[in-house]
Structure formats: structure tokens, C-alpha cells
Design a protein around this ligand. Structure first.
Ligand SMILES: Nc1ncnc2c1ncn2[C@@H]1O[C@H](COP(=O)(O)OP(=O)(O)O)[C@@H](O)[C@H]1O
Ligand SMILES: N[C@@H](CC(=O)OP(=O)(O)O)C(=O)O
Length: 464
């Protein structure tokens, strides 16, 4: 039995939904289908989820929201008309939105309720269309599917008791179409996962039903070795391990949500990333182990929006508890950190920029100066993180040298290197303005010549 998730690009309009239906029809083992909200139809288009967020903010700020509501309804109407299914669904969507707009609940809870309408409506539309073409299909609400989550709006986490309920989905007749992206709290509130979270729903259902395969349908033939927005027609990846995919999606391979790896990994469900527009292409498999290959580096990922706080203090290495005290300040101020590269008298804390308002920055710096008595403290914003990822890194010599040489060749200054704490990745902090050049230079270094083969030859020799 397979769980198939279709992303926003796969349900963006009626033409795409018809492709989805063909894919479901072609394989009767696709018993559980998860859908996202309608995504972008062209590059400047707006995702349905973003329209719903706009609608919610307009309402909460007492602004006119009719135009936005109209845009939302027109998009759903176009899809429903083009598919030739009942207008009853359109009325249902309108009533649901209006009910949520009138909800007297916290702003965050109202935002989550409205955000859920995109996926919920997609699931109703897709199941109605499947029935319309003669398939046995039904819409299954996340509550009926057993998706119970913590009450953290916009960042729901699955409650462990969900798994036994989800397993029961296997008993349902026909194709169950479940909306992605949200679940229900114990208090019956609608709570969404983080953005891109329909991948998480798919992985949870695949894991809970102990599916043989989790198929994640999107708009590219495979996961590429580098984000295609930086390099034209990059090489594709046929097999990745969970660890590799986790590191790559953490650092910007938005094609698959990094949190979606956890449920799949726990139950060892293989994941296949495939293209709705070209379903015959084999896609990329994500599995627990892969055969040793010549390929040392499998992908180069990058993400922006990082900030680094640097502290130096003479004899820091001898001061018991220094690192803990520094990180305690971050904890007290509610900032989660990503990396902490350090030297004998220096330590940097790397974290996501959006957590660091100017007021927060002032408080953190004052506390570090007064409580830790440091020699220097400084903050560097607009950083990007670049990850060079591959299971082969651990046993391969010279990758860092090649990477740093390629940064130097591209004239990119490296602010920070974090090597060794992960077995499968090497991380570089650079200025965001240099990102494109850095990525292109690394891609050239690792994927357009025989460099990976050279590496494997070196490491094989070293292991003898
Ligand atoms: N390394 C990568 N390989 C493939 N696609 C990538 C990669 N990095 C970023 N992407 C982007 O991810 C997109 C697919 O993810 P997303 O837009 O979330 O799809 P969906 O609508 O199916 O959820 C691709 O169109 C591509 O632009
Ligand atoms: N619609 C939600 C969830 C999601 O997973 O979307 P997509 O499949 O288009 O990435 C979002 O935009 O965040």
C-alpha cells in the first residue's frame, strides 16, 4: 500500500488535478492521497495559502477584505467549473471561510483555521473529481484520519497517540483523500504544521499506516544536486539516504520538508520524490542505506536569513560553564540556535535572523557583556549557510580543501566553517550577497568534472 502526496503545484488548477487523477487511477495500491492547497500556476502567481493569510490579516486589522476573498473564491470556482464537479463544494468553502472569519478566538488560532481552508478544500475537490470519473474515493478529515497535534499554531507537532488511530486508515474502502498541512489539538482546534507542511502530513500517514512507499509528487523529475534556481539544469540525484535528505532539506532543498523525514525515518518507509508532470520518470528514492558509490558529495544546499553572534574572551577554554551560560541567555530570550562553532578563546552562535529584533539584540548583548564579562561581542547579519552533503564525506580526504579553494576562486569570503560535527555534511557561513557565486563555483567543483571520482580514489587509497 502506498501513500501519495501531491504538492501545491500538482493541484494548482484543473489540468494539474486531472494529471493527479490519472496517477491515482494507474496504481490501485495508492490508497491514501494527501493534497496541498492550490499552489502557483506561473512564477508570479500567489499560493492559495498566502491569499488566506492575507485575508486573515486584513480581517484582523479591520481592513477591507472583500477583494481578497473574491480572489480566493474565483480561484476555487475556476477549478470546480473546469473539473465539472458540483458547485455544492464552492458553497461549502464560502461558508467555512465566513465561519472562520467570525471566529472569536486568538488571532493565531484564527490564522491557522483560515490557512487550513486551502488544503481542506483541495481534498474535497480532488475526492469529488475522483468520484466523478468513477473511482471509489472519499474525503477524510484529518481528525477522522487520526492526526492529533500539539496546540502550537503554525508549528504543530504530532501527538504519539495518533499512530494507532492512523493505522485504521488501512481498513477504509477505496481511496482516502486527506488534506495536508493541519491536524487537530486535544481541544479540537485546527492547528497547522510549519509552511510546506503537507509533506509532513504525508510522511505521518505513510508512517502511521506502515505503507510500503511514500510518494511525494511535485513539479520536478527528481531532487537535483543543487537548487535549480542557482544552476540551470543541474544533475539529478537517484538515491539519497534519510540523513542526506535531512541535511539538504534543512539547508534549503525546499522540494521536501525536513520535518517530514522524521516519521518516514522512524518507520523506515522509503520515500520517492516524483514529478506529477512526468510520472514515468523514476524520481529520487530516499532510503536508509545506499550502495557505496563513487559520488562523495551528493548535493550542495544553501539557505539565507541567518545571523551570527560572535564572542571572544581570553582563556575562554578554561572557564567551566562558559558555553552553557552563553546558550542559557539564548534560551531565556526564546531564541533557538542552529550551530555553535568555537575556538579556544572564541565562540559564535548561529541562529535564524527572524528571531532577533533590534530590541532582542540589545537585551542579549547587554546580558552577555554584564553576565559573561567578555572581551568582544558582535553581531553579523545577512548570513547564508552553505552545506556540502554526502555520506561519503566521513571517509574522504580533501573535500574541505576543494570547497574552500572554490570559494576563493569565486572571491567569496568564508565567515565560518563547521566541519566534523555531522558525519554527512560540512557547513560554511558566508555573506548572503555572495551566495549565487559560491553555489555556482561549488557546483562546478563537485559536479562538472571528475572530482568525485578523484575523491573516491583518494579515500580508497587511504583506507588500504
Ligand atoms: N535541490 C532541489 N531539487 C529539486 N527542486 C528544488 C531543489 N531546491 C529547491 N527546489 C525547488 O522545489 C520546488 C518544488 O517544491 P515545492 O514548490 O514546495 O513543490 P510542491 O508545490 O509540489 O509542494 C521545485 O520546483 C524547485 O524550484
Ligand atoms: N499550502 C501550505 C502547505 C504545503 O505543503 O504547500 P506546498 O505543497 O505547496 O509546498 C504552504 O503553502 O505552506
Amino acid at each position: 500500500m502506498k501513500v501519495a502526496k501531491f504538492g501545491g503545484s500538482s493541484v494548482a488548477n484543473a489540468t494539474q488535478i486531472k494529471k493527479v487523477a490519472d496517477i491515482i487511477k494507474s496504481d490501485s495500491s495508492r490508497k491514501v492521497v494527501v493534497v496541498s492547497a492550490p499552489g502557483k500556476r506561473f512564477s508570479d502567481d500567489v499560493k492559495m495559502t498566502d491569499l488566506l493569510i492575507e485575508l486573515c490579516y486584513a480581517k484582523q486589522n479591520d481592513q477591507d477584505y472583500d477583494t481578497c476573498l473574491q480572489k480566493i473564491m474565483t480561484r476555487f470556482q475556476e477549478i470546480i467549473d473546469d473539473l465539472g464537479i458540483s458547485h455544492y463544494i464552492l458553497e461549502d468553502i464560502q461558508q467555512t471561510i465566513e465561519k472562520y472569519l467570525q471566529f472569536d478566538i486568538s488571532p493565531m488560532a484564527q490564522l491557522d483555521a483560515l490557512k487550513s481552508v486551502g488544503e481542506d478544500s483541495s481534498a474535497k475537490i480532488v475526492s469529488a473529481y475522483l468520484e466523478h470519473i468513477g473511482l471509489d474515493a472519499s474525503y477524510v478529515n484529518p481528525k477522522d484520519a487520526g492526526i492529533f497535534v500539539s496546540n502550537e499554531p503554525g508549528n504543530a507537532q504530532l501527538l504519539p497517540e495518533s499512530f494507532s488511530l492512523i493505522y485504521k486508515l488501512r481498513e477504509r474502502e477505496g481511496v482516502s483523500v486527506v488534506p495536508g498541512f493541519f491536524g487537530y489539538s486535544a481541544d479540537d482546534d485546527l492547528v497547522t504544521f510549519s509552511r510546506g507542511g503537507s509533506d509532513i502530513t504525508g510522511a505521518i500517514l505513510a508512517s502511521g499506516t506502515k505503507a510500503d512507499l511514500y510518494e511525494n509528487f511535485t513539479d520536478v523529475d527528481s531532487v537535483f544536486t543543487v537548487n535549480p534556481n542557482f544552476v540551470k539544469n543541474p544533475k539529478d540525484i537517484t538515491v539519497l539516504t534519510y540523513k542526506e535528505m535531512r541535511e539538504l532539506s534543512y539547508a534549503g532543498f525546499s522540494v521536501f520538508h525536513d520535518e517530514a523525514l522524521i516519521p518516514a525515518f522512524k518507520e523506515q518507509i522509503p520515500v520517492c520524490i516524483k514529478n506529477t508532470n512526468n510520472p514515468d520518470a523514476p524520481g529520487t528514492m530516499v532510503v536508509s542505506e545506499k550502495k557505496a558509490t563513487d559520488q562523495c558529495v551528493v548535493g550542495i544546499a544553501s539557505d539565507v536569513g541567518f545571523c551570527s553572534l560572535y564572542v571572544s574572551k581570553f582563556l575562554m577554554n578554561r572557564e567551566v560553564g562558559f558555553g552553557r551560560k552563553l546558550l542559557n541567555i539564548f534560551e531565556d530570550e526564546g531564541i533557538s540556535f542552529e550551530h555553535t562553532p568555537s575556538g579556544i578563546d572564541d565562540m559564535s552562535v548561529i541562529f535564524r535572523d527572524n528571531q532577533f529584533t533590534p530590541e532582542k539584540e540589545k537585551v542579549v548583548i547587554d546580558r552577555i557583556r554584564h553576565e559573561l564579562n567578555v572581551d568582544t561581542v558582535s553581531v553579523h547579519r545577512d548570513l547564508a549557510v552553505v552545506m556540502v552533503v554526502g555520506e561519503g564525506l566521513e571517509n574522504t580526504i580533501g573535500v574541505a580543501a576543494k570547497a574552500t579553494a572554490s570559494f576563493a576562486q569565486a572571491g567569496v569570503n568564508i565567515d565560518m566553517i563547521n566541519q566534523g560535527s555531522s558525519e554527512v555534511s560540512m557547513m560554511f557561513g558566508i555573506h548572503a550577497v555572495d551566495l549565487e557565486q559560491a553555489i555556482q563555483s561549488l557546483y562546478k567543483e563537485f559536479f562538472t568534472d571528475e572530482s568525485n571520482l578523484e575523491f573516491s580514489a583518494v579515500s580508497a587509497k587511504e583506507q588500504q
